[in-house]
Design a protein around this ligand. Structure first.
Ligand SMILES: Cc1cc2nc3c(=O)[nH]c(=O)nc-3n(C[C@H](O)[C@H](O)[C@H](O)COP(=O)(O)OP(=O)(O)OC[C@H]3O[C@@H](n4cnc5c(N)ncnc54)[C@H](O)[C@@H]3O)c2cc1C
Length: 489
């Protein structure tokens, strides 16, 4: 096989997940690490998403690595460029660029009885004792296969593949979707575009947020007295955790969030028909709750139209709504999000005994504690099934997973165990618990269809509890929930 390489720990993906995994593994004494990354830079989400207005929706003092606090965030919710620069700085400071093999697209992985054989699209093969998938849950753009989409005559792109060569000044722009990215870029492009027409299939709940610059005085304080920065982080963490009550249908939390949303929306939108169109027809929390101080204001602008309907078809220069309304557009932007559940299902991974992951997951994706699957020794997922969040920073989930994986690797070393897989009983218990808890949640009973759900209406993406609960469980879970796998000589 040309270009055969070996390593102890192979990580795929150089976003938050892959980088945190490498940092923590090195702290535990693992030196032989390789990160395969299909792009030519670290950053993942924050390298890819460069659309105008891109920013995090969890305040930056929390949405960052615990091991690399940043006293210098310039805004409460940092823009994508600032987050990307932060990730690059961490990678530089930690010497992680030396571990990265860029422009290597993971193709497939096969357990050969002793280790993982991992192939890239370019024909490289890597042998690794431990394989960590940090491919990212929101990575593969979702573009609906609409009739006539190919006939559109003007520029056309997805928000995660923004074409910065297209000047939108004075143009008629059709935007398909009204999700997390759309509510960030529409207020920005509306400032210069001739007309922006937003096709909204389903109205989101968009609540105001405590955004704004962080003054140099605060930043100096955070640098000089780190406990002040830590206090800020802790208070954001607890505030975010409180939002979990909305998803559990806790009356006080639901009323509070509904009030925030209604007041924010009605402050900017006075037309009753428009208010009606912007009122979601499902319970708050069923879909991701979005936050912005600019979305409703943008919709109130004279050059922005809301078309409360999905798109039925596209005909050269016209975008035609399901209601029959038709608009002329020079540019078409897909704000239609990402493939989430099916991206995992499509991974070409073959475990012990030649079983494929796709076959194992044919009735739905699931992993023990969201990180490991019986029959797939020494394979760990970051942000795998049931570990996404609707209310807090997923970096906290990644950190809990990395700590758990590192503890397992330590315990394997101490006990001289070469390979482990989760106990089937532990995995089945966890899957049953997730299914029971999620079936009670607003995500499944809130009266909406969302990207949280798979084709059968289940929610394999989300963790039903608080981050605090997940951290506690991950800390408590050790090698006793796993079994050794015999290695072939
Ligand atoms: C616009 C946007 C805003 C967001 N804001 C927030 C927020 O405020 N708070 C929050 O908690 N979460 C947010 N998220 C979710 C976000 O994805 C995570 O917070 C986090 O960045 C995930 O990190 P990751 O490393 O798991 O995945 P990613 O950042 O997606 O990184 C995965 C990496 O894997 C690489 N890769 C993928 N496939 C392959 C392959 N086949 N071969 C090799 N490499 C591959 C990718 O190129 C990428 O570099 C946001 C997501 C988006 C899209």
């Amino acid at each position: 096989m040309p270009g055969q390489n070996t390593t102890d720990l192979l990580i795929v993906g150089a976003g938050f997940g892959g980088l945190i995994m490498a940092i923590e593994a090195r702290k535990r004494g693992i030196r032989d690490i390789v990160i395969l990354e299909k792009a030519d830079e670290v950053g993942g989400t924050w390298r890819e998403n460069t659309y105008p207005g891109v920013a995090c929706d969890v305040p930056s003092h929390l949405y960052s690595m615990a091991s690399h606090p940043n006293p210098d965030w310039t805004t409460a919710y940092a823009g994508g460029g600032e987050i990307q620069a932060y990730i690059q700085r961490v990678a530089q400071d930690e010497g992680l660029y030396d571990l990265c093999r860029f422009k290597r697209t993971f193709k497939s992985a096969k357990w050969d009885g002793a280790q993982w054989q991992i192939d890239t699209e370019g024909g490289e093969r890597w042998s690794a004792k431990v394989f960590v998938s940090a491919l990212g849950p929101l990575h593969v753009p979702q573009i609906p296969a609409l009739p006539g989409a190919d006939s559109f005559l003007g520029p056309c792109f997805h928000s995660a593949q923004w074409d910065h060569d297209v000047d939108l000044t004075g143009k008629r722009v059709a935007v398909v979707g009204s999700g997390a990215s759309v509510i960030q870029f529409v207020p920005e492009i509306a400032k210069t575009a001739g007309r922006v027409s937003v096709f909204q299939r389903s109205a989101p709940y968009v609540i105001p947020r405590p955004d704004g610059p962080i003054s140099p005085i605060w930043r100096t304080l955070y640098r000089a007295l780190p406990f002040t920065r830590q206090l800020r982080r802790q208070s954001i963490y607890h505030m975010m955790e409180m939002r979990h009550g909305v998803f559990m249908g806790k009356e006080k939390a639901v009323n509070f969030a509904m009030n925030l949303w209604r007041k924010g929306m009605e402050r900017s939108i006075t037309d009753p028909e428009m208010r009606n169109a912007l009122t979601p027809d499902y319970r708050i929390g069923c879909k991701r709750i979005l936050s912005s101080n600019a979305w409703y204001k943008a919709l109130a602008r004279d050059n922005v139209d809301l078309i409360p309907s999905g798109v039925a078809r596209i005909d050269r220069t016209r975008v035609i709504a399901a209601t029959g309304e038709s608009i002329e557009a020079d540019v078409l932007i897909w704000g239609t999000g990402f493939q989430v559940t099916d991206a995992l299902e499509r991974l070409d991974i073959t475990g012990d005994g030649g079983h494929s992951l796709a076959e194992t997951w044919k009735d739905g994706v699931s992993a023990h504690l969201g990180v490991s699957v019986a029959g797939f020794p020494n394979l760990f997922f970051l942000l795998g099934p049931n570990t996404g969040l609707g209310h807090n920073s997923v970096v906290l989930m990644i950190e809990a997973q990395v700590e758990h994986i590192c503890r397992l690797l330590d315990q394997m070393k101490q006990s001289g165990t070469a390979a482990i897989e989760p106990l089937e009983s532990a995995q089945a218990d966890f899957a049953g618990e997730m299914s029971d808890r999620l079936s009670e949640s607003v995500w499944q009973n809130g009266g909406c269809a969302s990207w949280y759900q798979d084709a059968s209406g289940h929610t394999p993406v989300l963790w039903p509890g608080t981050v605090g609960e997940y951290r506690k469980r991950m800390r408590a879970a050790g090698i006793e929930q796993y079994r050794p796998v015999e290695i072939e000589p």
